[in-house]
Design a protein around this ligand. Structure first.
Ligand code: BEZ
Ligand code: FE
Length: 314
């Protein structure tokens, strides 16, 4: 078709992809073209603004490598990641809700036995975590593999330190016969997502802060259940209602008890310093409840043996 105008161009662009063999790709591309064109018409996009958009995406690509994934950060901060997670993790009432995966998970984290100190030298206030993993029908999930990772007192993950020699405040543990999972670590603190790149500029230009409320990450896998990727948040955090990546669910907010020095720890000892304790129960969705569902694939294409660090090392 010749002489398309600002309105007829959409139908012409759609007609060009009629031969797409893969029906899913055809649906996605058609929708993308329609929404992009509608967007440009709605805001009456100028050529200068179009160029700024191209430049922004180019900068996003240039700063992305195998350690830093600025496109995922962009998706996270635009609310797209959480939208996709929400629509792919509709679970029966009672199951623990999923939230964002984030860029700081690492393959090959150290394995610990129950009760271990997974802080492994991370700075922060002592924190005893006591959790239980069960299925939707109440049954304990024994032998579940639980990966834990979190920020330290400075708001940094171990992989954000340039001189990292050993993993800190992260580990892999397995639930016991009763589905119990407990360990010692440090209290996680709020932190800003990496904001020294295009995403940071976008946040600033739109009047947003880069902070995430304090949380601990959990990824729980067990045969017969959907994998759960989630966090537990601290209920005393000022960023709970303005998380930079929209990841907060009320059901994941928990009170972390503070104890004075000398208090008895959950494992029956006395702690010399003040400490915190967290109790939380995770409820997994049995497989087969959602035959149409994607089985929570690993979020993000960069998930590999590589660390997906998203900021320059300190
Ligand atoms: C995180 O919780 O680790 C995270 C999630 C999304 C973007 C940046 C960090
Ligand atoms: Fe995090």
């Amino acid at each position: 078709m010749r002489n398309v105008d600002e309105n007829t161009i959409t139908a012409d662009a759609l007609s060009r992809i009629q031969g797409t063999a893969d029906p899913r790709l055809k649906r996605i591309m058609s929708s993308l073209i329609r929404h992009l064109h509608d967007f440009a018409r709605e805001v009456e996009l100028t050529e200068e603004e179009w160029w700024q958009g191209i430049k922004f995406l180019t900068d996003t690509g240039h700063i992305t490598d195998d350690k830093r994934q600025e496109f995922i950060l962009l998706s996270d901060t635009l609310g797209l990641s959480m939208l996709v997670i929400a629509q792919n993790n509709r679970k029966p009432k009672g199951c623990t809700e999923a939230t964002v995966f984030g860029p700081f998970h690492v393959e090959g984290a150290p394995q610990y036995s129950l009760g271990a100190d997974i802080a492994n030298g991370a700075q922060g206030e002592d924190c005893y975590v006591d959790t239980r993993v069960r299925g939707l029908n109440g049954e304990p999930v024994a032998g579940a593999m639980v990966e834990v990772w979190q920020s330290d007192a400075e708001g940094f993950y171990d992989v954000q330190y340039a001189d990292l020699k050993q993993h800190r405040a992260r580990g892999i543990l397995r639930t016991d016969e009763q589905g119990q999972l407990y360990f010692k670590s440090v209290l996680p603190t709020a932190y800003p997502i990496p904001d020294d790149g295009p995403v940071g500029r976008m946040l600033e230009a739109t009047g947003r802060h880069p902070w995430r409320p304090a949380h601990m990450h959990f990824m729980i896998s067990a045969p017969g259940y959907e994998r759960l990727v989630t966090h537990v948040f601290r209920d005393d955090d000022k960023y709970l209602d303005s998380d930079a990546v929209f990841g907060v669910r009320s059901s994941l907010i928990c009170h972390w008890d503070r104890h004075e020095a000398g208090g008895q720890t959950p494992d029956g000892r006395r702690n010399e310093r003040p400490f915190y304790s967290l109790k939380f129960e995770f409820v997994l969705n049995p497989l087969g409840q959602r035959p149409d569902a994607l089985l929570t694939p690993m979020p993000g294409p960069g998930h590999s043996a590589e660390v997906r660090r998203t900021a320059a090392p300190r």
